[in-house]
Design a protein around this ligand. Structure first.
Ligand code: ASP
Ligand code: MG
Length: 426
């Protein structure tokens, strides 16, 4: 069994879905079902984030866009679909039902988020499964909320591996689902608790979903289909001359994803590394290309500096009110608050009297964080920053990237340089 993962950009229009279906079709092997994990279409997750109760008052236009976008793709792909009553509208009605009952509040934000945002994947996979079936590819749609079982840590569900494995084993044993179908389509990014609540695995979590399923189903390999030819040494959006890395050792991939290499979700590699399952990154635009492979290699090849940029960063300096040392007990309080709010620290540094953290500047989370911290600490911050990580740096490479910007925070190890700088030159 093989696992394919298609992200939002690979299914963002009817043509994109046709292209995706062609890739799937050309990889079908008799008697071997292909598990296809799909994200929400295009930028749907960003739109749904704004529909979470309490985020904005003006949801009418967003809700309309959500419907128009999906129905257009759906009808282009399946022209005979009923105008008034179809599977997508049914899901939209369910979403409306949820939106009407969820209570907007800061405490409920993470829970509400998952109940709303998960509709992106539910809708995309519904359209895609129906399209594949209409094209003679016998496809079974599966609800990932019954396969990927998590705890109730909303917006960043922790996988219950035993229960997820059991659910996957039941699927493998289910001759109806697997035996009679060429393709299994399921949602990336979402999971479910044992008591039936929807969870998500963190933004861009569909890669992780593919990896969880590959691990639990004992897949031969995973292919992640992207809009880039493979694992590049930098994001081509920010960097003109990228180099494709052909082979990446598992450990290196974990490090790179941890630092924010957006080509792959940070948690993706560990499960497949544990079972030695190779992961390929290939282009859905040029699917005949070789792509990159993550696997049991010793070094990256070719060897070259790697650059990771994280934008929209905020640097918080946390200082005890009474000039006491930032010691373990203070840090314990700070980490308790971070963990409770669900904030991931991208870089941290401490001195005698202050503790600095660089985090993504998501106002929904940063505001409550500052509020909580202020009870015990003074908090200063700088926003509109960029966090740059360079693996296998040279001084010349650092100077070129920093381009004269003031460095607010810097950390260097033998292989990795990290810098926090203003987003634009000043
Ligand atoms: N749709 C989700 C997101 O945009 C998950 C994913 O695409 O991997 O974050
Ligand atoms: Mg996405």
């Amino acid at each position: 069994m093989k696992v394919f993962k298609f992200g939002g950009a690979s299914v963002n229009s009817a043509d994109a879905v046709r292209n995706m279906a062609q890739i799937v079709q050309s990889h079908l092997e008799p008697g071997k079902p292909l598990v296809v994990v799909v994200s929400a279409m295009g930028k749907t997750t960003n739109l749904l984030e704004k529909l979470v109760p309490g985020v904005t008052d003006d949801t009418h236009e967003l809700r309309r866009q959500l419907e128009e976008y999906h129905l257009k793709i759906y009808k282009e792909l399946i022209p005979c679909v009923d105008d008034a009553d179809n599977a997508v509208q049914e899901l939209l009605r369910k979403l409306d039902g949820r939106l009407a009952t969820l209570q907007p509040s800061n405490e409920q934000y993470n829970y509400n988020y998952d109940q709303v945002v998960s509709f992106g994947e539910l809708i995309s996979t519904t359209i895609i499964a129906e399209y594949l079936n209409s094209h003679g590819i016998s496809t079974q749609w599966l609800d990932a909320r019954q396969l990927v079982i998590t705890d109730n840590h909303y917006r960043e569900g922790h996988v219950d591996w035993t229960k997820t494995q059991a659910a996957c084993q039941r699927l493998v044993a289910d001759k109806e689902a697997l035996g009679c179908h060429q393709v299994i389509v399921t949602q990336g990014f979402i999971g479910g608790t044992t008591d039936g609540h929807t969870t998500t695995l963190g933004r861009e979590g569909s890669d992780y979903s593919a990896s969880i399923l590959a691990y639990c189903l004992g897949a031969e390999n995973i292919t992640i289909w992207k809009d880039v030819p493979g694992f590049l040494n930098a994001d081509p959006k920010y960097f003109p001359d990228t180099v494709k890395i052909n082979q990446i050792p598992y450990n290196e991939a974990i490090e790179l994803a941890y630092y924010g290499a957006s080509v792959i979700h940070p948690k993706t590699v560990k499960p497949i590394q544990n079972k030695g399952i190779p992961l390929y990154i290939r282009s859905f635009i040029t699917p005949q290309g070789e792509g990159s492979a993550i696997g049991n290699y010793h070094t990256i090849s070719p060897e070259t500096p790697l650059y990771i940029f994280k934008n929209n960063q905020i640097l918080l300096s946390i200082l005890p009110r009474d000039y006491s040392f930032i010691a373990e007990d203070n840090l314990q309080v700070i980490f308790g608050i971070l963990s409770k709010i669900g904030i991931r620290v991208n870089l941290m540094q401490n001195s005698a009297l202050s503790f600095s953290i660089c985090i993504d500047n998501n106002p929904q989370l940063v505001k409550p964080l500052i509020e909580s911290l202020k009870n015990m600490f003074r908090v200063r911050y700088n926003d509109n920053l960029q966090l740059i990580t360079i693996r296998y740096y040279t001084q010349e490479v650092i100077d070129r990237i920093v381009a004269g910007r003031p460095i607010l925070l810097e950390q260097r190890s033998r292989s990795t340089e990290q810098l926090v700088v203003p987003a634009t030159s000043v």
